[in-house]
Structure formats: C-alpha cells, structure tokens
Ligand binder design. Sequence first.
Ligand code: HEC
Ligand code: HEC
Ligand code: HEC
Length: 308
Amino acid sequence: MRSAVRTYALAVDAPDPLPKEGIQPAAGHFARGCAICHGAPGEPRSPAALAMLPQPPDLSRVVGQWEDAELFRIVKHGVRFTGMPAWPTQARDDEVWSMVAFLRKLPTMEGTAYRALAYGDRPAPPMKPSRFDEALAECTRCHGADGMGYSPLTPVLAGQKEGYLVESLNAYLERQRPSGMMQLSVQATDRALLPDLARHFASLPRQKVLGTAKDERVREGEQIARQGRPALKVPACLGCHQDAARNPLYPVLAGQPQAYLARQLLLFREGSRSGRPFSHLMVSAAEHLSDADIERVSAYFSILPRED
Ligand code: HEC
Ligand code: HEC
Ligand code: HEC
C-alpha cells in the first residue's frame, strides 16, 4: 500500500499553499465521513473501529509521515481491500485538497477547536437526521444558522431562490452535481425534509455584502456581466442573473463569496457541473471565459448588493 501510494503520488501536483479556505467544510465532512473510523480530536476511536483489520489509524499521529500529494492520493482513491473509502465523487479534486489542508492541521488541533469547526456553535446532530430541527442542525454546521456560510467556498443560501435550492439539493442527491461534501450530507438527511430546508434558507435575509471597493478588476467584471465578451462568444450574465423574477431555476449571484463563484465557473468550464436540465446554458456561458475573466466577473458579483 505504501509503495503504491508513493508511486502514484509522483504524478500529482500539489497546490502550494494548500487551500486553507476549505478547512472548515472539510472539518464538517470529516465529522460525518471519516471520524466514525479514525476518531477525531477529543473523540477517540470506537471499539468497533479498533477491531477492524487493518485498523484505521489515529490520523493525528500518522499524517506527518505522508507528503501532501500522497495524502491526496489516499483520500481521493481510498485504500483497496481495507475499509478506507474513496472520495464520494471522482469528478473534481478541489474538495480533496481542502481535506488535505484540514488533515495537516489535525496533529495540533484541540477538541474544542475541532468541534467549533465541525459543528459550529451547536451540539453535533444525529447521523441520520429525521426531524426538521435535526436536519437544520446538520446544514448549519457549514452554512451557519444565518445561511451565510462559514467559508468563502460555501455558498450563501440566505435569500437564494427556493426553486433553485430544491433543484440543487436534488442534483446532489442524484449525483448529477458532484460534491462529496454535499452528497454525504443530503444522503444522510430524510429526503422528505429537503424542500422544507430549501424554503427555510430561501426565507432568511441576505446580509451585508463583503466588500464594496470598485477596483479595476471589478469594473472589468461588470463589463462582462453587462455585455459579455461578444468576440469570444461569452454572453452577458445579467441577461439571466439580474432579474429576480426570471426563471426560478436561475440562481441569484449577488453577494456570493468570490471564491465560491470562481470555483463554480471553473467546474462549469471543465464540464463537471453539467447534469441538470439548465446546466448546458452555463456550460456554454463559461466555456470561453479565461481564468482572468473568471476572477473579474466573480469579484463583480461578490460585491453586488441584492435587489428586491
Ligand atoms: C470505514 C472506515 C473508514 C472511513 C470511513 C475512512 N477511513 Fe481512512 N482508513 C481506514 C483504514 C482501515 C485505513 C488503513 C488502511 C491501511 O492501513 O492499509 C485508513 C487509512 C487512511 C489514511 C492513511 C493513514 C496511514 O498512515 O495508514 C488516511 C490519510 C485516511 N485513511 C484518511 C481518511 C479520511 C480523510 C477519511 C474521510 C474522508 C477516511 N479516511 C475515512 C478506514 C476508514
Ligand atoms: C460539510 C459542510 C456542509 C454541510 C454539512 C452542508 N453543506 Fe451545503 N454546501 C457545502 C459546500 C462546500 C457547498 C458547495 C458545493 C459545490 O461546490 O457544489 C454547498 C452547497 C450547497 C447548496 C448549493 C447552493 C448553490 O448556490 O448552488 C445547497 C442548496 C446546500 N449546500 C444546502 C445544504 C443543506 C440543505 C444542508 C443540510 C442538509 C447542507 N447544505 C449541508 C457545505 C456543506
Ligand atoms: C442563458 C442564461 C444564463 C446566462 C447567459 C448565464 N447564466 Fe449563469 N446560470 C444559469 C443557470 C440556469 C444556472 C444554474 C445551472 C445549474 O444549476 O446547473 C447558472 C448558474 C451560475 C452559477 C452558479 C451559482 C451557484 O450558486 O452555484 C454561476 C457562478 C454563474 N451562473 C455565473 C454566470 C456568469 C459569470 C455568466 C456570464 C459570463 C452567466 N452565469 C451567464 C443561467 C445563465
């Protein structure tokens, strides 16, 4: 196992620095998807886990033995013939890198710091939430009670269109929108509660916008949003994303964190977010966006106040 991991990892390029902004959702994912076998700071491994062969190690003791690329390889692909599972989706690598960033913090993390990251300011919800308040406690671990999200890679749910939220939850559930983090959470939650959760988050007020400085980048982003890049076949974004009354499945972008918007545009551009009835509209809108234009247009929408 060790030499296979080392060999495969030679072909992996680790980002430097690791994506620290992904540590919170990775901790949230760890609590549901990893701690059951590996334990966590302040949560020792269960007797059942200790009886497994091979035994899932206490990760805080062993991660130091691996390079970043090796941890990536283990977490993405799992370890065959052991209980160690692969990441729930193979369609994107960014979430796995967030997990590697979290694993690097494990050896020095105290139980209180871990619980704050993984559960927010509330007690841990049950593994199979079946009442509305339990399900809500599951979501607010990462999205916050105010629906604003604890990480710039987590979307603001507060004030998003209800129809779009329902559509997105179904997309995760049916594995048509790849996200290991969301997939695990929606699969654990009673399906009948998903529309109620969507209605709840849609009804929350969207709070302050993160920044308002109109720098050069934002001005160029605004131009793309208003006019597109006709020579490159990039459509004007506001045609679909401005009017709140337009199609309930066209999401509101105003006030979303820039890192989240940029990440989604990359996923559309590479075709990995493509499974739903309206996704092709965005795949073709993002297809010809350059990396720099993705940065610009995301910066613009992130500081845009919500109308309505
Ligand atoms: C069902 C139990 C189970 C779950 C869930 C699980 N693991 Fe593991 N994991 C194992 C076992 C068993 C091994 C030991 C494999 C071996 O020694 O060959 C392992 C090994 C590892 C290793 C290599 C450590 C070492 O030095 O051997 C890492 C890193 C790791 N797991 C991370 C994770 C992460 C991150 C998650 C959650 C996304 C996770 N695991 C979920 C059972 C599990
Ligand atoms: C472990 C952290 C975590 C938990 C728990 C979690 N989410 Fe998420 N959520 C995320 C992240 C990260 C994303 C972005 C995923 C992506 O890139 O597609 C996301 C995306 C979403 C989206 C898509 C929004 C958009 O603008 O496209 C919805 C809807 C959502 N979550 C609702 C929920 C609900 C409802 C729950 C509870 C059942 C929940 N989430 C639990 C982290 C989490
Ligand atoms: C023809 C209509 C249309 C145009 C033009 C359009 N979009 Fe979209 N956009 C959509 C639809 C529909 C979705 C939801 C797709 C899905 O969930 O699969 C979406 C989703 C998105 C998302 C994901 C939001 C989230 O919460 O996850 C981003 C970011 C986005 N669009 C940015 C842009 C940008 C930037 C442009 C301009 C370059 C643009 N869109 C142009 C219709 C459009």
